[in-house]
Design a protein around this ligand. Structure first.
Ligand SMILES: Cc1cc2nc3c(=O)[nH]c(=O)nc-3n(C[C@H](O)[C@H](O)[C@H](O)COP(=O)(O)OP(=O)(O)OC[C@H]3O[C@@H](n4cnc5c(N)ncnc54)[C@H](O)[C@@H]3O)c2cc1C
Length: 353
């Protein structure tokens, strides 16, 4: 997601992370959109509006006074992470007695990721958490297959999400369609709003191009003539041959012989060719700055804040990486202090300018 935002920014988009749309109204063939970030309000005028609110898609429609609630079915899915259950790099897919499948995937080197569940969800999307019953279900399902049983006490981390599926009236949550549905509201002469229901990460580019097709008549001339281009375009840092990852790491190690090879491999995996920007001017370990644990140095933290909009320790430990699995509570707290001080200092400087 962050790489997409970065890619869009480099192609001219205005990215405003942490900004909430709180209202919008049609006026003179445009949308007047009200947004808010950190208590500061801002307005944007737009020719068209795309509501890609995910599980919040209906909430956003309510904000626009367009009530489409019947379209979305919220289905919770949870995952658990346990210490590594097997040594190879393949995934397992297991058939459960209840007709569902679960998977077990090698995760972050030392762990195994097991998922997932499917159950209808009625709460607020932001409150979703893996329940003890879901954790017990995943442990029992995995234990059917692994030589060593998996118990809830083995779980080092769990996470949960809400699928905003298009409500096709299926009786069971796991049978609801995983296809995306695009709903266009464009009354005559009025600015359009396109809402996205459902979808997968695997098909997001196809979805985005379908969205532009739907909006075609409402786009300005240069965009109407544009051809689809996303099918093969790499994301930032992904501009190398897929089979050449080890060569990329080897080249990095040759150019940075003083740095820990495990760190270089992790950075190459996370940033691809952008690792050169992160390591610019770094010759010795001391050039990486303060270490926050788990081979995370100030240099990487600064890069994530400057290039990838990180604003708190959780952005770095959980959203831009999974280093949260490896740092202690004290190390995470020290990182939070560092990030907040740096962020506030940068904001004060911007205000002074
Ligand atoms: C448990 C689970 C397992 C999944 N497994 C897979 C899988 O294996 N493969 C796969 O391809 N896909 C999978 N998916 C689906 C995939 O995660 C989604 O398709 C994808 O995240 C959708 O992206 P999105 O940008 O449309 O929505 P989201 O990622 O949900 O983003 C919506 C964004 O809208 C923002 N927002 C909400 N309200 C407002 C507002 N008022 N103003 C501004 N912003 C707002 C939210 O903060 C959020 O950032 C899974 C999903 C779940 C929940």
């Amino acid at each position: 997601m962050v790489l997409n935002a970065l890619d869009a920014k480099e192609r001219g988009a205005d990215i405003r992370p942490g900004t909430r749309v709180i209202g919008a109204a049609r006026a003179d063939g445009h949308w007047e959109i009200e947004a808010e970030r950190g208590g500061v309000r801002e307005s944007v005028r737009a020719r068209a509006l795309v509501n890609a609110g995910g599980p919040w898609v209906s909430h956003v429609l309510d904000t626009l006074n367009l009530h489409e609630r019947a379209h979305v079915r919220l289905v919770q899915g949870s995952h658990i992470v346990v210490p590594r259950l097997f040594d190879h790099d393949r995934c397992y897919i297991f058939q459960n007695a209840d007709g569902r499948i679960i998977f077990a995937i090698p995760y972050e080197g030392d762990f195994t990721l097991i998922g997932t569940t499917d159950q209808d969800y009625a709460g607020l999307p932001e409150d979703v958490r893996a329940s003890p019953a879901e954790i017990a279900y995943l442990c029992a399902a995995a234990s059917e297959y692994f030589a060593t049983a998996v118990a809830p006490g083995d779980v080092v981390w769990s996470y949960s999400g809400v699928r905003p599926l298009y409500d096709d009236g299926a009786s069971k949550a796991q049978e609801a369609t995983r296809d995306y549905v695009l709903v266009l509201d464009a009354p005559h002469d009025a600015a359009p709003v396109l809402s996205v229901f459902g979808g997968k990460i695997t098909t997001y580019r196809r979805l985005a191009e379908s969205a532009l097709d739907k909006l075609h008549a409402h786009l300005p001339a240069p965009l109407r003539d544009a051809r689809p281009w996303t099918a093969t375009a790499p994301l930032p840092g992904g501009d190398f041959e897929k089979t050449r990852f080890d060569a990329l790491v080897g080249d990095l190690a040759r150019r940075h012989p003083a740095l820990d090879p495990a760190l270089l491999r992790r950075l190459a995996r996370a940033y691809g060719t952008r690792v050169d920007r992160l390591l610019e001017g770094v010759a010795a370990p001391a050039d990486l700055g303060r270490c926050f644990g788990a081979n995370l140095y100030a240099r990487e933290v600064d890069y994530l804040m400057e290039a990838e909009w990180a604003r708190c320790a959780a952005d770095i430990l959980w959203r831009r990486s999974k280093l949260g699995l490896r740092v202690s509570a004290e190390q995470a707290a020290a990182l939070e202090d560092y990030v907040v001080a740096r962020r506030d200092g940068a904001e004060r400087r911007t205000q002074a300018d």
